[in-house]
Write a protein of this length. Structure first.
Length: 193
């Protein structure tokens, strides 16, 4: 595992394949991915953060709990993330996507992502096998499950507790056990601190 300062200095050695350096930050829910992405973006010039949470499927299209656990990541639209953001940027073209809004359970406003600079894709399942090869750098945030759960409970309150306990954490564990995303990571960073 590396610390933030090491990761930051190592970024200077990463050579982007195109005009845009694509970085993925993956880990369990509550691992500290968003915090790391923001901190990293603040330390770089021309950095944009795109959140996987913006690509969740609306409730009418989302599969049931059993499928979400059995097929980790089946409740978000990774095809849309790939087609609207990752693929265009990897071809030196701008990305454009419509953000999923959790409170209304619908797609809302459009966001433009300029080509060039650094784009950080942060979120669970961001380094899934189908997307991993697009990135110039893949980071896994390793945080104990108990810490992740506590953070999730604080973030989502009592209403979200059942989702964390009965759906999201089992799905994350299945993702780790069946897909081994940390083995695709160029760097593993500790997220409990």
């Amino acid at each position: 595992m590396v610390g933030f300062e090491t990761l930051q200095s190592e970024l200077e050695n990463v050579v982007a394949r195109g005009r845009t350096m694509l970085i993925a930050i993956d880990g369990r829910g509550g691992a500290g991915k968003s915090t790391l992405a923001r901190k990293l973006a603040e330390s770089l010039s021309r950095a944009t953060v795109v959140e996987v949470d913006d690509f969740w499927l609306p409730g009418t299209l989302r599969p049931g709990r059993e499928k979400v656990i059995a097929e980790p990541g089946s409740d978000y639209d990774w095809h849309r993330l790939r087609d609207q953001v990752i693929w265009p940027l990897s071809n030196d073209e701008p990305g454009r996507y419509q953000r999923y809004d959790w409170s209304s359970d619908s797609l809302r406003e459009w966001h433009d992502v300029s080509a060039g600079g650094v784009v950080i894709i942060e979120g669970v399942f961001s380094t899934r096998e189908e997307l991993a090869s697009f990135y110039d750098l893949r980071i896994w945030v390793e945080t104990p499950e108990g810490v992740c759960l506590e953070r999730g409970y604080v973030k989502d309150g009592k209403e979200g507790r059942e989702l964390w306990d009965r759906e999201w954490m089992p799905a994350y564990e299945n993702y780790i056990n069946t897909n081994s995303p940390m083995t695709r990571a160029d760097y593993v960073i500790e997220g409990a601190g």
